[in-house]
Ligand binder design. Structure first.
Ligand SMILES: [Zn+2]
Length: 50
């Protein structure tokens, strides 16, 4: 009964909800596109400035 998968993913880069947009799946996360993926990568590669 709970097998229906209607998961709305958020872009791991810009956090926007992705409904009908083509998802860009990388490293276990979904992104709007390659650009968001690159942004996220750049973010993560930075030394954590908390
Ligand atoms: Zn995005």
């Amino acid at each position: 009964m709970a097998d229906e998968v209607a998961v709305v993913k958020n872009c791991a880069g810009c956090k926007k909800i992705m409904k009908k947009q083509k998802r860009y799946y990388r490293n276990g996360n979904y992104y709007c596109n390659k650009n968001c993926f690159n942004n996220k990568q750049a973010e993560e590669s930075k030394p954590s400035a908390a």
